[in-house]
Ligand binder design. Structure first.
Ligand code: NDP
Length: 263
């Protein structure tokens, strides 16, 4: 039996076991996906090998540690310097970032987008900014504090702090902060958000499974919007495709994984 797991801290809320096991069951694959709560990210490689895993997903706060744990990092994860999918292949730990591609798939339904404002400057903002730029969409990053902006500046991406930002026209407004996850906060001051939404074509919150204050404000604006569910599904489908070494097309993986969202 092939074994897979998600590593994170916390990890009890993760939907990944349900999503991947649903695919394994439906396609009659002898595999099982579990959760591993990991406090120390530096132990990731050791625990992965100890458990004899064939692959894993990595969530907050270990995506950068996962990048360092790999023998080889492929694709966009090399630029982002963060890994959310690990595959054990020929005695090597190979790292990928499917959050980035998952997000790009999720926003296809908005139609042509030229510019995007990313609120937040954490790991998710990194992944999205690089993916957007590769997709010919110009990203701008807006964060409440300065210390996380160096990565974006080094990548040549426009960055702002609240105090030096003036609202202008961006096609897509994206919340990548954790504001609203366990509190009732907006990621930026309300007046600024309303002004930005009045000039946008759509908005996305990467948080899923709840209506955040950001999403509530977006709904009032009557703009097309998405929460993080489509991104979650798309990153999971791509990860499962990598776990199974491309044996099954994504068209076959997606329906059972999507069905797991109803459970
Ligand atoms: P990080 O911890 O790396 O970054 C958090 C960011 O949020 C920082 O820029 C921080 O700003 C900002 N922030 C936190 N609280 C507030 C607040 N109250 N007001 C304004 N800004 C705030 O997080 P990640 O990038 O790893 O994850 C962010 C979110 O994305 C999580 O909620 C996670 O669940 C979600 N996610 C969803 C995915 C999906 O598939 N849908 C995939 C990956 C992540 P500062 O620098 O000032 O502290």
């Amino acid at each position: 039996m092939r074994l897979f797991s998600i590593f994170g801290d916390p990890v009890s809320h993760s939907r990944s076991p349900l999503m991947h096991n649903s695919v394994f069951n439906s396609l009659d694959i002898d595999a099982c996906y579990t959760r591993t709560e990991l406090k120390d990210g530096e132990k990731l490689r050791e625990v992965f090998l100890q458990k004899g895993l064939s692959g894993a997903n990595v969530t907050v706060p270990h995506k950068e540690a996962a990048f360092r744990a790999c023998d080889e990092v492929r694709g966009i994860a090399r630029t982002i310097q963060a890994v959310n999918t690990l595959v054990y292949q020929d005695g090597k730990l190979i790292g990928y970032n499917t959050d980035a591609e998952g997000f790009m798939r999720a926003i296809e339904s908005f139609g042509p987008i030229c510019t995007a404002l990313i609120i937040g400057a954490g790991g998710t903002a990194r992944a999205l900014s690089i993916a957007l730029r590769q997709g010919d969409i110009t990203p701008t990053v807006l964060n409440r504090s300065a210390n996380r902006l160096d990565y974006f500046k080094a990548e040549g991406i426009n960055t702002y702090l609240w105090e030096d930002f003036r609202a202008s026209s961006y096609d897509l407004i994206i919340n990548t902060t954790s504001a609203g996850l366990t509190d009732t906060e907006l990621p930026i001051p309300r007046s600024l958000l309303i002004e930005l939404l009045s000039q946008a074509k759509g908005a996305v919150d990467v948080i899923y499974g709840k209506e955040t204050p950001f999403l509530r404000e977006v709904k009032l604006s009557a703009l097309p919007y998405k929460d993080g569910s489509d991104m979650l599904l798309a990153q999971g489908v791509l990860a499962n495709y990598l776990f199974l070494n491309g044996e099954y097309p994504t068209e076959q993986i997606e329906p059972p994984m999507k069905y797991s969202f109803l459970l």
